[in-house]
Design a protein around this ligand. Structure first.
Ligand code: ZN
Length: 111
């Protein structure tokens, strides 16, 4: 990985972290407890409960991605950043740009 790639990647990671943090705040707003005194009908209440579990799953995914991005941001300056954790070969630059939190190359990730 060249220094230029590293700088680009760092920017990308920071942008992704900012975006993830915003998404998490938005989703958290949508997963507020459903109070019984809400004036919604029974059917829409069921909908709300279903949506809530979908949102909670989305929230877990987002939070785990955010954690990985933060780790990537710490590691981006290390010499072996961008090497596959499994086969130790460089991870494809495009893959890193698309998913900076990747720790495996395409081949090892699909195993
Ligand atoms: Zn690999």
């Amino acid at each position: 990985m060249t220094d230029k790639d590293r700088v680009e990647l760092k920017k990308k990671i920071i942008a992704e972290i900012t975006k993830s943090e915003k998404d998490i705040i938005e989703i958290e707003k949508l997963t507020q407890p459903i109070t019984p005194e809400n004036s919604i009908g029974r059917v829409s209440r069921m909908d709300a409960i279903n949506n809530k579990s979908v949102m909670e799953a989305a929230l877990r995914t987002k939070k785990s991605k955010l954690t990985k991005l933060r780790v990537a941001l710490i590691k981006v300056d290390e010499k072996d950043f961008g090497l596959c954790a499994f086969c130790k070969r460089p991870i494809q630059a495009l893959r890193l740009m698309y998913m900076p939190e990747s720790t495996r190359c395409v081949r090892c990730a699909s195993r």
